[in-house]
Design a protein around this ligand. Structure first.
Ligand SMILES: Nc1nc2c(ncn2[C@@H]2O[C@H](COP(=O)(O)OP(=O)(O)OP(=O)(O)O)[C@@H](O)[C@H]2O)c(=O)[nH]1
Ligand SMILES: [Mg+2]
Length: 409
């Protein structure tokens, strides 16, 4: 499943300029023939895929785009000037839908790919065209044609580059709030986040990546417990997982055990997903006296047998967060570069994602079954107790119909 970012815009191509009625008037040529030029063509509207942008947010602010009208024809058989076409740049992966017909008019999948979405009107004809043997001085010219007017829906399937995972209350939403303009609710109780949130992390100089915050995972998640599992598949297509661990949980639980719960659930849900490179974030470091921080962090890392990358952060104060962001951006850029340079690596990646998606899909199905069985048992149990169990609905699994909050910039 991907996240959808969309915008509706009106595009209007320029009308054609009018043809004109004019006659040659020159010294010594008393009755010059018709010389009214044609109107110029109106500008057309194109949509172009560009890899310097990854959101449609601009189109939520400016909603109408008009190309200019062609110029009218002039005397001396001069055609009017054609107007410039205009180009709307959109991220690669944008689909364009004509809202009047509900038809997809194009999918822009490659850099530089261009699609005409509203055709400029042709210019009208000047009176030169209407000269015949019987009418040497036609007083007829035609008007320019109207440029097309369309209502378009631009739709982008956003793929998150980084997924946040962790127990409820670990600070995932606080993290995404620190680094993007996503504004998921933050509160000091578990299960605050109920739907995935996406944020664009802008690191400057046109570099950015998309981060997904999903509801917290809990023990038994891979068997359907809690909420987070319903959303795990949304992070399947990311390049990196950020595993956020609270180093000083308020309930006094052991951070090592907590981290293990997540690693286990991930492994049970999808071994392929568990193989995605993970970055361990030891969060809420502000809760630990400075002189104890080293010992505690070393202890957690050692107990976990963690050999990967580790950062210490306080998502509350922002300490250490920037380092994580730059690390992720560099890793993502490096990976993308490698994909461009090495067809073998790109193919390897593609196959890996394919395997991962298949596995996640299969596990989701399996888990959906388990969830249904659990619901059924609950319902029957309740029915025996005299409750008809109407609160339960088999379809509330929310497979694809999840609401996603997308906050670019
Ligand atoms: N002291 C401290 N508190 C933090 C830090 N990060 C988050 N918190 C607090 O921890 C609580 C939970 O934070 P959230 O960001 O909502 O946690 P979450 O992981 O998104 O939780 P769920 O959405 O329930 O899965 C809030 O009260 C935050 O203010 C931190 O670095 N230090
Ligand atoms: Mg949250």
């Amino acid at each position: 499943m991907r996240f959808i970012d969309e915008a509706v815009v009106t595009v209007k191509a320029g009308d054609g300029g009018n043809g004109i009625v004019s006659f040659r008037r020159e010294k010594y040529i008393p009755k010059g023939g018709p010389d009214g030029g044609d109107g110029g063509k109106g500008g057309s509207v194109y949509v172009v895929a560009d890899d310097n942008t990854n959101t449609l947010v601009d189109y939520r602010y400016t909603r109408r785009y008009e190309a200019k009208r062609g110029e009218n024809g002039r005397s001396k058989n001069c055609s009017g000037r054609k107007s410039d076409d205009i180009f709307l740049t959109v991220p690669i992966g944008t689909t364009i839908i004509d809202l009047d017909t509900d038809q997809v008019i194009g999918d822009l999948t490659e850099r530089g790919q261009k699609l005409m979405v509203a055709k400029g009107g042709d210019g009208g004809l000047g009176n030169t065209h209407f000269k015949t043997s019987t009418n040497q001085a036609p007083r007829k010219a035609t008007k320019g044609f109207e440029g097309e007017l369309k209502q378009l829906k631009l739709e982008l399937k956003v793929v998150a580059d980084v997924g946040l995972i962790g127990l409820p209350n670990a600070g995932k939403s606080t993290f995404i709030r620190q680094v993007s303009s996503a504004r998921p609710k933050v509160a000091n109780y578990p299960f605050t986040t109920l739907v995935p949130n996406l944020g664009v992390v802008d690191v400057g100089l046109g570099r950015s990546f998309v981060m997904a915050d999903i509801p917290g995972l809990i023990e038994g998640a891979s068997q359907g417990a809690g909420l987070g599992i319903r959303f795990l598949k949304h992070v399947a297509r990311t390049r990196r997982l950020l595993h956020i661990v609270d180093v000083q949980p308020i309930d006094g639980s052991d951070p090592v055990k907590n981290a293990e719960v997540i690693l286990n659930e991930l492994q049970k849900f999808s071994p392929e997903l568990a193989k995605l490179p993970q970055v361990l974030i030891l969060n809420k470091i502000d809760q630990v006296p400075e002189e104890e921080q080293n010992a505690l962090c070393t202890h957690i890392v050692a107990q976990l047998g963690w050999t990967g990358i580790v950062f210490r952060t306080s998502t509350l104060t922002g300490a250490g967060v920037e380092d994580v962001v730059f690390h992720l951006m560099n890793e993502i850029d490096r990976e993308k570069e490698l994909e461009e340079q090495s067809p073998e690596f790109a193919e390897e990646q593609r196959l890996r994602f394919e395997r991962l998606e298949a596995e996640v899909r299969a596990n989701t199905e399996e888990q959906k079954e388990a969830y249904r069985a659990m619901r059924k048992a609950q319902r029957e149990g309740l029915a025996n107790e005299g409750d008809d169990g109407e609160d339960f609905d088999d379809d509330d699994f929310g497979e694809d119909g999840v609401e996603v909050v997308y906050s670019p910039y």
